[in-house]
Design a protein around this ligand. Structure first.
Ligand code: FAD
Length: 510
């Protein structure tokens, strides 16, 4: 885990390495490497001090519960360090200040409409019903969205009402609102946080969770006990093996929080849980990767969003075939079409005339930057003929030549009978020809642990596993957003479910 921690340290903000890990060291790790049973037991153990875990900790501590957070990293925040932090909530104070009329029912209807009813209605209902309280709570604690918020949407298919908002620094703005509250509870002795401890196993008795086994960076193991445990350990998007095992699709991109290794899934499944949502796998808009590694780091992105830059290029798959109207107004349609292509891969194809005449396709790049990339970047290809371009870039030559001929005919006639694209400013006919290889991938986890309307983890027969709860990405985008990207429907439910569990859902005997 040390290596992962180094990477996490590269995030925009460093937090609090340390103070309380010394305490943990004294209390727990005096056993010289053998398993030590901690004397303490807790009302509530939260595995993961990130987006869902931190609100759960704050609210449970405020209820007077004995709460332990076990966090694998030495810093709190999890994916909040990386997340764009775009939230959606209906009936917020921000909306009412702007005279926007909205309701949880409208939010629910929008999520189900955008997801084409593929999202889980029970979890969506719970999330949207309480989202405004979450958002207002963040604003009460300093979150300040820009004046023009809330919006209908951005980079996802739009809502029917302006309910989409975020802070100026995305996930970091959320962390800045809630982290002081966590630290205040910790400082007051109402909350204990074990940093640098990785939960490994749920301790069970008669089918119920009674504790958690955790391990520190040096491999020392401790068992600690509880009435209830919350798995808020995030997803599995940084674990390519688990990603493939659960999604049936390779993880092509490496852009998720490095500690999100899917540990919570392993623990929940061992306790009798099951997963949902695999059929809802989808990828986001494509990126230009830094290398052909799998997974690879995203390097930059071409602007393939027609509302920002109408497309001059065509996009083809490895067979050289177009697969979507490149100017389709629906983010969802374009992304779902990409998800159906082999290896989620797509090449932009264009020629010298398009390169000369079109607005830049990469923010901040000028013609010189493109010229250099076509000489040196592993995803940029240039050739004097389409055959040669196909060979260099790894696309089928017969397919590419025939697709370009067909596109040129459509462009000349003004009618794209294949996909209905309307914006076709120039044909692709003047050498040299260019290709840019792009990759679709997912930064989040589609598959989720099944849970009921009180966020209790359930078995396949619907029965709840006593003492086990789940919140956050471990529930999977496939349950909260279905087979679509629905604005804010990962981070807002994560925060909301954590807040709800800590605040009321957990049946604490305190
Ligand atoms: C780049 C990016 C942009 C995004 N943008 C948006 C957006 O704009 N809107 C939106 O709705 N969603 C967005 N998401 C998704 C959303 O941010 C996440 O789904 C959400 O933050 C996950 O919250 P979580 O609490 O489940 O996980 P996290 O916040 O990652 O917290 C999990 C915590 O558990 C810890 N942990 C993991 N394993 C263990 C273990 N075994 N023991 C102890 N601790 C452990 C981790 O270190 C981490 O601190 C984005 C995601 C990414 C990666």
């Amino acid at each position: 885990m040390q290596k992962l921690f180094d990477k996490a340290e590269l995030s925009r903000r460093q937090i609090l390495i340390g103070a309380s890990s010394a305490t943990v060291g004294m209390a727990v790790f005096s056993g010289g490497g053998k398993t030590v049973h901690a004397a303490d037991s807790w009302d509530f153990i939260i595995v993961g001090g990130g987006t869902a875990g931190l609100p759960a900790a704050i609210f449970a501590a405020r209820r007077g519960a004995r709460v332990l957070v076990i966090e694998a990293s030495h810093q709190l925040g999890g994916t909040l360090f990386l997340s764009t932090g775009q939230m959606s909530a209906a009936g917020t104070q921000l909306q009412s200040r702007k005279g926007i009329s909205d309701s949880a029912q409208l939010h629910f209807d929008d999520v189900m409409r955008i997801s084409r009813n593929t999202a889980d209605p029970t979890l969506v209902r719970l999330a949207v019903t309480h989202a405004a309280d979450t958002f207002d709570w963040l604003m009460d604690n300093g979150l300040t969205p820009p004046d023009e918020h809330p919006l209908l949407g951005l980079a996802h298919d739009p809502y029917s009402v302006e309910r989409y908002a975020w802070g100026p620094e995305g996930g970091i703005s959320i962390l800045e609102a809630i982290e002081p509250l966590v630290l205040a509870e910790e400082a007051a002795g109402r909350l204990t946080i074990w940093r640098g401890m990785r939960a490994r196993e749920l301790l069970m008795r008669d089918g119920a969770v009674i504790g958690v086994r955790a391990e520190d960076d040096s491999g020392k193991v401790t068992d600690t006990f509880c009435q209830s445990a919350l798995l808020a350990s995030g997803g599995y998007a940084s674990n390519p093996e688990m990603f493939y095992a659960l999604n049936g699709i390779k993880q092509y991109g490496s852009a998720s929080y490095p500690y999100c290794q899917g540990d919570g899934y392993t623990m929940a499944l061992a306790a009798g849980a099951y997963t949902r949502g695999k059929e809802n796998y989808r990828c986001g808009s494509p990126r230009i990767m830094a290398s052909t590694d799998e997974p690879a780091l995203p390097d930059t992105r071409f602007i393939v969003w027609p509302h920002l830059r109408p497309p001059w290029e065509i996009q083809v798959n490895v067979n050289g075939e177009r697969y979507v109207a490149e100017d389709s107004a629906s983010f969802d349609e374009r992304e779902l079409a990409l998800a159906r292509q082999p290896d989620l891969r797509t090449w932009l194809i264009f020629d010298q005339s398009i390169l000369d005449a079109s607005p830049t396709g990469i923010d901040g790049w000028d013609k010189q930057d493109f010229a250099e990339a076509f000489e040196s970047h592993p995803m940029f290809f240039k050739a004097q003929t389409l055959d040669e371009l196909a060979e260099k870039s790894g696309v089928d030559a017969v397919g590419l030549v025939s697709t370009v001929e067909r596109y040129n005919r459509s462009q000349a006639s003004g009618k794209d009978t294949d996909h209905g694209r309307a914006y076709m400013p120039l044909p692709i006919q003047k050498a040299p020809f260019y290709a840019i290889r792009q990759q679709g991938f997912s930064i989040t986890s589609t598959v989720g642990i099944a849970a009921d309307d009180q966020l209790r983890v359930i078995r396949q027969d619907g029965s709840a596993i006593d003492g086990l709860y789940a919140a956050g990405e471990i529930l999977g985008s496939g349950q909260l957003m279905g087979k679509s990207a629905v604005g804010g429907m990962m981070i807002t439910p994560a925060l909301t479910f954590g807040r709800l569990l800590g605040g009321s859902l957990l049946p604490l005997k305190v």
